[in-house]
Design a protein around this ligand. Structure first.
Ligand code: GLN
Length: 486
């Protein structure tokens, strides 16, 4: 059961081969046996899960089940969940029980899914390795010496290890796609505005977007259909119909124009990763696609622009954690300023503090124009690069990350960590959708192929990914750990 896709499990539930309660119990048992080695969960919500599973089984007995009824999954601990601890990976929110559900959580509950718990993550979603969590690092199920990627590393590791068939992540600069690549699963970052951000703890509001992480593109299609849509509580969510993404997976790729951005195959790309990606592109040629070289000339400026804009927004968003309203409060403050200072000093980890300092500096008088305004202009150019490329080709392809998963502790210098996101970050600055699909290995560590499309081209991206998964079996490989105590 644990190695099946959501789509297969939905069929098993519909055919009465298994109940949602049995499925939930099996997976809770696996989490208990295996997660000690991975640390992919912060909270396990056993009681709520079993109650939701029973409700799903009862609904099915009445003939009222929908396509997702009774399917288990997990939620990154950045999604507010009513009555459940929502820590965002931070000591600051270690005592925070959310009083309401995020829109994504509401929708998943309404669809009848069963959440087994909240997954580990980099503190406030800041990181590319999951080493910044207050709850300790997550390990990569393919190799316990390797990071799972970040910041949605707990979600990626849990899916790869067969603890859950799918999990929700968020992606501000790559945090769905890069951990999906590192853990050999499929992860989709939708177009900015496709999914409501209501109830998702904000990191950088103009870049954050939630999306599904699962074994296959087909499963991502199923989940995206459930979570997408307009929400009046998030004014940046877009009022646009939600297609039946799964129904649109049958299109042939004959005539598809694939662009390979020159800048995504240059210096810094590990040769074995390049080779895996080039092999994947050959598969696309065999499916009838044509390959074109394109250029995204401002790629080089994406990381510097992001590391002005994201920390600026973060410093503003994180000002609400002041020791007064919610979250950590220091003991016996001498006055209000002491309360603010010590609560924040004790509650935030060092990477979060670094970002708050950078953001506060770049937003301050005298520096705003030099940094923030400039970065916004660069952002505009980066977006235009993509729009120009999509005049010539239908989708872009390249590696999700320049290397496979690196060793825990290998990127101690923050700048070398930031450079890991070279292929993912520009996508958030432009607001376009992207997906990473398993496309090979370097030794035991997976490689992800990234596919990018124009704004709101999720149907096309999912189909392009799905056709690859019909022709290859990389997404069916499982780490040895996932086969243990099956
Ligand atoms: N690694 C990037 C950062 O640290 C992106 C993280 C994310 O997408 N949440 O900001």
């Amino acid at each position: 059961m644990h190695d099946q896709t959501l789509t297969q499990l939905a069929r098993a539930l519909a055919d009465g081969e298994v109940s949602s309660r049995e499925l939930t119990q099996t997976l809770l048992g696996r989490i208990e046996r295996l997660d000690g080695r991975l640390n992919s969960f912060i909270s396990i919500t056993q009681e709520q899960a079993l109650a939701a599973a029973d409700a799903a089984d009862a609904l099915r007995a009445k003939g009222q089940a929908g396509p997702l009824t009774g399917l288990p999954l997990a939620l990154k601990d950045i999604f507010c969940t009513n009555g459940v601890k929502t820590s965002c990976g931070s000591k600051m929110l270690d005592n925070f029980i959310a009083p309401y559900d995020a829109c994504v959580v509401e929708k998943l509950k309404a669809a009848g899914t069963v959440s087994l718990g909240k997954t580990n993550m980099d503190e406030f979603a800041m990181g590319s390795s999951n080493e910044n969590s207050h709850y300790g690092p997550v390990k990569n199920p393919w190799d316990l010496d390797a990071v799972p990627g970040g910041s949605s590393g707990g979600s990626a590791a849990a899916v790869a290890a067969g603890l859950v068939p799918a999990a929700m992540g968020t992606d501000t600069g790559g945090s769905i796609r890069q951990p999906a690549a590192f853990c050999g699963i499929t992860g989709l970052k939708p177009t900015y505005g496709r999914v409501s951000r209501y109830g998702i703890i904000a990191y950088a509001s103009s870049l954050d977007q939630a999306g599904p992480m699962a074994r296959t593109a087909e499963d991502c299609a199923l989940l995206l259909g459930a979570i997408a849509g307009h929400d009046l509580r998030d004014s940046t969510s877009v009022a646009r119909g939600v297609p039946d993404y799964r129904a649109e997976l049958g299109e042939s790729l004959s005539g598809l124009k694939i662009g390979l951005p020159r800048e995504y195959f240059g210096d810094g790309l590990a040769p074995e990763v390049e080779q895996a990606v080039r092999e994947a592109i050959k598969v696309y040629e065999s499916l009838g696609a044509s390959i074109h070289e394109v250029s995204l000339p401002h790629t080089h400026y994406a990381i510097p622009a992001y590391y002005v804009i994201a920390p600026a927004e973060a410093s503003s968003n994180l000002s609400r954690f002041d020791g007064v309203r919610f979250g950590h409060r220091c003991d016996a403050p001498s006055d209000l300023i002491d309360l603010y200072k010590r609560s924040r000093d004790e509650g935030f980890g060092s990477e979060v503090k670094r970002r708050i300092l950078i953001g506060t500096h770049t937003l301050s008088e005298g520096f705003f124009d030099a940094y923030y305004t400039q970065a916004q202009k660069v952002r505009r150019l980066i977006r235009q690069d993509f729009l120009d490329a999509f005049e010539e080709v239908d989708v872009l392809m390249g590696p999700a990350s320049p290397t496979p998963a690196f060793d825990l502790g290998a990127n101690k210098d923050p700048v070398s960590m930031y450079l890991q996101d070279i292929y993912t970050i520009a996508v958030n600055l432009a607001g376009i959708p992207g997906i990473s699909v398993p496309a090979g290995f370097v030794g035991s560590r997976p490689v992800g192929l990234q596919i990018l499309g124009p704004h709101f081209a999720e149907s096309q991206l999912l189909n392009v990914a799905h056709q690859f998964q019909q022709a290859t079996d990389w997404h069916q490989r499982r780490p040895a750990l996932a086969e243990e105590s099956a």
